[in-house]
Design a protein around this ligand. Structure first.
Ligand code: ARG
Length: 593
């Protein structure tokens, strides 16, 4: 065993470890090299100081890699979903589960680049989780993008995944909203666009609340009523003590979800479960509080219950308010327990901004102190902030506005190239997809934890490491087949191995591409360790750059038929692998633009 490194040509070098061996590393390297006999996969081995350099057989490499990529097939959205529901026992009608968008064709579980390391393990990925009545801000956008990627990544590594949206749909803010709705609400506006209308109402009533304390008193009263037993009844029977109040809240929630679903579908993202703070049962929270009291980690302070976590380098935290109402952390504690009872997950990941590092650390710690051994399977996947996200006019931002604007900007960029623009079949569709790709790739190409600045010009450019650049590379790869037909046509996958002579792929460029394609399965495994979308982004960029440098030397047109076929197969494989990487990143690879 030793450290492996890859050189430019992609052959590999292994360092002889210093400490494990009795002999000198240089001598060991020499010995190994001298004893080596060529194999079908390795042409030669040479020693270089304490390093051993392994040189691959291009031939074997070519048929190995291309044949593996060739096994790639896609699941239909329905098949894909049925695989998920076995774990959660959900059907499409449960809890408003989304049908995966038709454009989302995930890799088959045994396709190229996937592996079975997570086989039989159930994982909940909680992500997006916006707050009803408040803006869907950059933090939610990042959680949505990164979380959807992680869900795909776990799936590619063989896990059964439950995609869960934990809506911020409970709390005093709903009291405020209810008071606001009385004053400023309009049923009509609510039906039209619940999210925007509720936000308007929320902003107005909060403004009034600055000078009118009675608004807050009434909001608190309203929330106490919501919590005092009404909730359970409402959710189960649909009736309540304070019928009107709860009916109103339910309406806010339902209409907001309808709207969210539209946006997620546009983003090629879906959920198996729309849960939320309101869905955590009162009982789960009371049980949690009781267990806390028993374990002796709670104390009373001015009528409220608190947990003192300073021993663990965390802060004190309130777990029940003076008026008896629940708080964010109690709902999270009760919620986690309920989820465990229901789904017996092997792992649960929370994709939440790093502003909430303390909150997550606290509630994980509390669960641990309560004695739940599954608490150690909880993981917070955090991320930094987006700076300066606003439309170009500088107005307040909702996700939809951002997506519409990216689409517009992309449309402008596309129009600049008149000839090409004329050839685009559906500029509306293409610009929307490109805009979304631009936003997502900008978000995923750096390390999660870093903050980044939202830059229209940079992210929508077709040059540099951008989303549109990836799409362009994929479109160009997709066109090779079209452009060479009917002179050279690739046989169906099953016939390729026996009819195409891959030993004709002798150019250094071809070899470089093969080696990179061959690394993809390792990249998918590596990403599972880092949980960094950038691991996959970087691979996709490298592949795109490599391909764009190959067009001039690896020509298909006008070549002898067998050479043309081999190269065509190489390009189509590159397209498949790039496409897989893009799908993993939740992007919809375009065939034309
Ligand atoms: N709704 C919360 C917010 O917008 C995020 C929820 C994070 N998840 C959790 N289990 N606390 O701040």
């Amino acid at each position: 065993s030793g450290k492996t490194g890859k050189n430019v040509q992609g052959d590999f070098t292994v360092a002889v470890p210093r400490f494990r061996l009795k002999a000198k590393p240089n001598e060991v390297a020499e010995k190994l090299a001298a004893a080596f006999k060529p194999t079908p996969y390795l042409a030669s081995v040479s020693a270089n100081g304490a390093f051993v350099f392994f040189n691959c057989q291009v031939n074997a490499l070519a048929s190995l890699v291309l044949n593996q990529v060739n096994t790639q097939t896609y699941l239909t959205p329905d098949e894909d979903h049925s695989a998920l529901s076995t774990f959660a026992n959900l059907s499409l009608s449960d809890s408003g589960a989304d049908k995966p968008p038709a454009g989302l064709k995930l890799l088959k579980k045994n396709g190229y680049g996937t592996n079975q390391s997570g086989k039989g393990k159930n994982i909940i990925v909680e992500f997006s989780s916006p707050n009803i009545a408040k803006p869907f801000h950059a933090g939610h956008l990042r959680s949505t993008i990164i979380g959807a990627f992680l869900a795909n990544l776990y799936e590619a590594n063989g896990y059964n995944v439950l995609r869960m949206n934990y809506l911020g749909d409970w709390g005093k803010q709903f009291g405020i909203l209810a008071v606001g709705f009385e004053r400023y609400g309009s049923e009509e506006e609510l039906e039209k666009d619940a999210i925007t209308h509720l936000y308007d109402v929320y902003v107005k009533i909060n403004k009034d609340g600055e000078t009118d304390e009675s608004i807050h008193d009434r909001a608190r009263e309203f929330f106490v009523k919501m919590e005092a037993g009404t909730r359970l009844i409402v959710l189960i029977i649909g009736l309540a003590g304070d019928e009107e109040a709860v009916a109103l809240w339910k309406k806010f929630r339902d209409l907001s979800i309808v709207k969210y679903k539209e946006t997620y579908a546009r983003l090629n993202i879906y959920f198996d479960l729309y849960s939320g703070e309101s869905q955590v049962s009162q009982k789960a929270q009371t049980d949690a509080l009781e267990a806390l009291q028993k374990s002796g980690i709670v104390e009373e302070s001015q009528g409220a219950l608190i947990v003192d976590l300073r021993k663990y380098k965390l802060e004190k935290t309130v777990v029940r308010k003076k008026d008896g109402t629940s708080v964010y952390i109690t709902r999270d504690i009760g919620g986690a327990v309920e989820r465990y009872e229901k789904y017996k997950f092997d792992k649960m990941v929370y994709v939440v901004a790093s502003q909430q590092d303390l909150h997550l650390a606290q509630f994980f710690k509390v669960l641990d102190l309560m004695g739940y051994d599954w608490a150690k399977t909880l993981q917070h996947v955090n991320f930094g902030m987006v700076l300066g996200m606003s439309t170009r006019k500088g107005t307040a931002v909702f996700l939809e506005q951002i997506l519409d604007e990216s689409k517009r900007v992309m449309h402008d960029v596309m129009r600049k190239n008149e000839d090409k623009y004329a050839a685009i079949e559906d500029p509306e569709y293409t610009s929307d997809k490109l805009g979304i790709t631009a936003v997502k790739v900008q978000d995923m190409s750096g390390k999660r934890i870093n903050n980044y600045e939202f830059k229209w010009e940079r992210m929508t450019s077709f040059e540099g490491d951008t989303g549109p650049y990836l799409q362009y590379a994929h479109v160009r790869l997709s066109s090779v087949e079209r452009k060479n037909a009917p002179d050279v046509v690739l046989p169906p996958p099953a016939e390729r191995p026996s009819t195409i002579d891959t030993s004709l792929l002798t150019e250094p460029k071809a070899r470089e591409i093969l080696l990179l394609l061959g690394q993809y399965p390792d990249v998918v495994r590596a990403a599972l360790k880092s949980l960094e979308p950038s691991t996959i982004c970087t691979f996709a960029f490298r592949l795109s750059h490599l391909i764009s440098s190959a067009w001039e030397t690896l020509i298909v047109k006008g070549q002898p038929r067998d050479v043309a076929l081999a190269r065509l197969w190489l390009y189509v494989s590159a397209k498949d692998v790039l496409g897989s990487a893009m799908r993993l990143l939740t992007l919809e690879p375009l065939e034309r633009m």
